[in-house]
Design a protein around this ligand. Structure first.
Ligand code: BG6
Length: 476
């Protein structure tokens, strides 16, 4: 244990702390075109790739009640779910809402209530309706209008939901699509489009927040960002320091400034200019956008942080050179982006089979950074954190002690942040049950509950039993 933890560091979480598991509609529901659901871009993309199918996923569309029964039995008092936009509005912005899709979520939320598991509901988890996606998604301002209309519809339709998040991981959605090229219609190194889409999605978030607050709904609303602390590989090397700042703006800072300031700090703008020049493009932030975003910035009730890893940045002045480790062959990933830097691993820092850096202290550094830089934040939730593994079911059980250690270390740093005065409301492990991973398929497992994807049988892993004790006692 790090010496930073003293005997005074609390070992107990607050009484009202939420412990749960996280899901996303597309990754769990299956039923991709059932009961009037419209297509998303992933449907055709995955079919063309032929690597794996999103059907039936975990068959959550039919099995949500038994999965919620597992949540209850394993001491969880919260669950993250998302609404599939194209189940409600099959074509996105136009047309009548789909009654069967609407009914599905009423039933899901009723089951949550009956099991005493609070639903934390995200409106958009990487699954824009296909028609909107094909027309530029959030680079097209019509999608911002469509998102606001969809959000208003959900706020009115689902009064049983009092915990809302607008977007899940705008950074992942934009980086994977415009910089890393690993998502449908992907491009590489297109930094200005990535930044423009981030801004437009934050404008859509702001408009949904204003709609929620103007509507006087009695709940909370926020956004979920995938944050990574960006450390210079060598803090004494100015090029590494600059690379860390570049990557910080690309992944974190534009989004955090937009969330809590409603505009961009001079330092952020300077790096945005630099990134745009590097990809020969520009971004447009309209004055009207900023005035909407500034109003919304004071109204967020909470911020969700998805934290998996941090990064160590080296200076890099070559051509963009990327290789996505989508197979779990350790050491095959490469991330060098012109104008940004090179992501490297400091010696001695452990990584997963997918080359994700295991660095729990980064979560603490991020929480402290937010509380210092954005004192108008109200409450943080750790809305995702977890470890992808090639879990094996052996003799009816899964020994995932490595995952337990990972989660325990992160929870310890959360306690440290609480000791330092940061308001943290809950922790959701990614993921509740094993789910497919967008670019890695079914062999990267994260769940508390092992899923046999042939039979859909669930088996609690060692981590589920461990987490049950933590959730029930609120102690590590
Ligand atoms: C987050 C997402 O990016 O991380 C999830 O919100 C995702 O949807 C999770 O599955 C893990 O990422 P991956 O690429 O390992 O599936």
């Amino acid at each position: 244990m790090s010496p930073i933890f003293s005997a005074d560091t609390p070992q107990r979480f607050p009484d009202n702390f939420v412990f749960g598991g996280a899901t996303a509609a597309y990754q769990v529901e299956g039923a991709c075109q059932t009961h009037g659901k419209g297509k998303v871009a992933w449907d055709d993309y995955l079919a063309q790739q032929g690597r794996f199918s999103p059907e039936p996923a975990c068959d959550f569309y039919n099995r949500y009640d038994s999965d919620l029964e597992l949540c209850e039995r394993f001491g969880m008092n919260g669950i993250r779910v998302s609404i599939a936009w194209s189940r409600i509005f099959p074509n996105g912005g136009v047309g009548e809402p789909n009654p069967e899709g609407i009914a599905f979520y009423h039933n899901l939320f009723a089951s949550c209530r009956a099991r005493g598991v609070e639903p934390y509901v995200t409106l958009h988890h990487f699954d824009s309706p296909a028609a909107l996606y094909a027309n530029g998604d959030f680079l097209n301002r019509d999608t911002i209008d469509a998102f606001e209309a969809y959000a208003r519809f959900c706020f009115d339709e689902y009064p049983e939901v009092t915990r809302w998040f607008t977007f899940n991981e705008i950074a992942a959605a934009t980086l994977n699509r415009y910089v890393e090229g690993t998502w449908p219609q992907g491009k590489k190194g297109c930094l200005h489009e990535c930044l423009q889409a981030q801004h437009n999605m934050m404008l859509a978030h702001a408009r949904a927040v204003l709609a929620y607050k103007q509507g006087g709904y009695p709940g909370t609303i926020g956004v979920i960002h995938a944050l990574e602390y960006k450390y210079p590989y060598d803090p004494a090397c100015p090029g590494d320091v600059q690379a860390a700042k570049n990557d910080d703006v690309l992944q974190n800072r534009l989004l955090l400034d937009a969330t809590f300031r409603g505009d961009y700090a001079p330092d952020t703008l300077q790096i945005i200019d630099h990134l745009c020049q590097a990809s020969n493009g520009s971004v447009e932030f309209l004055d009207d956008d900023l005035s909407i975003m500034r109003r919304a910035a004071q109204l967020n009730d909470c911020l969700g942080i998805n934290y998996y890893q941090s990064r160590f940045l080296k200076a890099f002045d070559g051509e963009t050179d990327l290789h996505h480790n989508g197979t779990g062959d350790k050491g095959t990933g490469r991330w060098r982006v012109a104008g940004v830097g090179e992501r490297a691993v400091r010696p001695g820092v452990p990584t997963t089979d997918w080359d994700w850096i295991i660095y729990p202290k980064g979560l603490f550094d991020l929480m402290m950074d937010i509380s210092l830089c954005y004192p108008n934040y109200k409450q943080l939730f750790i809305t995702e954190n977890g470890m992808g593994r090639k879990d094996q079911l052996v003799d009816g059980t899964v020994d995932d002690s490595e995952r337990i250690a990972y989660v325990e270390d992160h929870l310890r740093w959360i306690l440290k942040a609480i000791e330092c005065g940061v308001d943290v409301g809950g922790y959701f492990m990614w993921s509740l049950q094993d789910q497919f991973s967008w670019t890695n398929g079914y062999n990267k497992r994260y769940g508390f509950f092992y899923v046999d994807f042939e039979t859909q049988q669930r088996t609690p892993k060692a981590s589920a039993y461990w987490f049950k004790r933590v959730a029930q006692t609120k102690r590590l």
